[in-house]
Design a protein around this ligand. Sequence first.
Ligand code: UDP
Ligand code: MN
Length: 419
Amino acid sequence: MNTLSEKLQAGLSHHQAGRLHEAESAYREVLQRAPDHADAWHLLGAVACQAGRVEESVEYLHRAIALSPDVGIFHNSLGNALQLLGRIDAAIDCYRRAVACQADLAEAHKNLGQTLSIARRFGEAAESFQQALKLRPDDPEVQRSLLNVALNEVVRTQRPPELPSVADSHAEGDVAGPPQTPDHAAAEPAARYDLVILVPYRDRLDHLRQFSSHMDRFFRGKLSFRIVVVEQAPGTPFNRGKLLNVGFRLHRDEAPVFALHDVDTLPQDESCDYRIADRPIHLAGRASKYGGQLPYPAFLGAVFVLRREHFEAANGFSNLYWGWGREDDEFARRLWASGITWENRPGRYQSLEHPPGDLSSRNDARLLEFLRGERDWRRDGLCSLDFEIIRSITLQEFLDAPMVAAHHQLITVDLGHPG
Ligand code: UDP
Ligand code: MN
């Protein structure tokens, strides 16, 4: 007959190989012979949780803890189960007990950080991720989480924190800087409009028609503005950030303020106020698509209004985000790294319907590169922009819509190729 520890070990091997049923039988056998075996209760709890029997697992984990109250990993597992049940505060307490029992339990620090950020306690979450990072300096998930919560904290408090791990370690003077941004203050050309609206665009004709006439109506008598649609030529994955860089580069002197505007997002009322003072504003906080709430606190997609200086301080967008999404998340961090925070002014917008973006081409890896400091944002953006103009026509002409004001423009550009 196997010893208890052999039986437990056999269960663990099944468990690690994903044979949950066999693992559970082995743990139960151990418990039949030794009902006070804390490790076996813990493992039975873990396996039940993994099998989706979360309520039941909580009971087993409590048994383990009652028998051995000072084992960090037991509290950590209970935290995981409670988190799954949506009992966030209770889970936080468990993770705190886990690290109190065992200060070097990186997993528990990380879980604590993640649960605190779910509870939107970003300051405390950042502390937990810092602890986790001390124990696991190379864990990319912890690095990314730390930056995320720190950024959310920035958005909440409007104070950029000092974070050593941002791509900021390059020596001063080593950086060329955007060549097109010398000190313009002396000879700034007079702007022609209050606002230039830059619209990254390809192949959404129906939206563009609605957008153009809607904007003319919406802004009538309010402020002077010009729509600049920057259309990407076919043949390469869509690159929203680079298109915005192109629009900005070509129209930089026409207005002091720019709106980076998705074509499918239409302002509804006075809550969509495009006038800004010193800080940029994110405006689309109450777009119908997001159910009246930001998808996440640091989100600045869909409609973002900023001054020329802000765009230039961030060196514009990265040119490297081919495919769907994440360019705006890097842009948020570029602003932040330049000491610029923004205001959320939740405007009511109608979101026009379209099929969802291709998640398989989501640019997560690009963003991660940036978060790890593997790419210097000051060398990629406005300062390294290259493109070719294929055509430039009025929007009126492009849409064959005499109702659309004659000064709006559409430029079609070849952005080159990825890689
Ligand atoms: N866009 C476009 N054609 C495309 C993809 C994107 O014109 O094939 C532009 C358009 O302005 C759109 C914006 O980029 O509103 C953001 O893309 P999308 O609406 O697909 O992003 P999501 O709504 O999924 O965040
Ligand atoms: Mn959209």
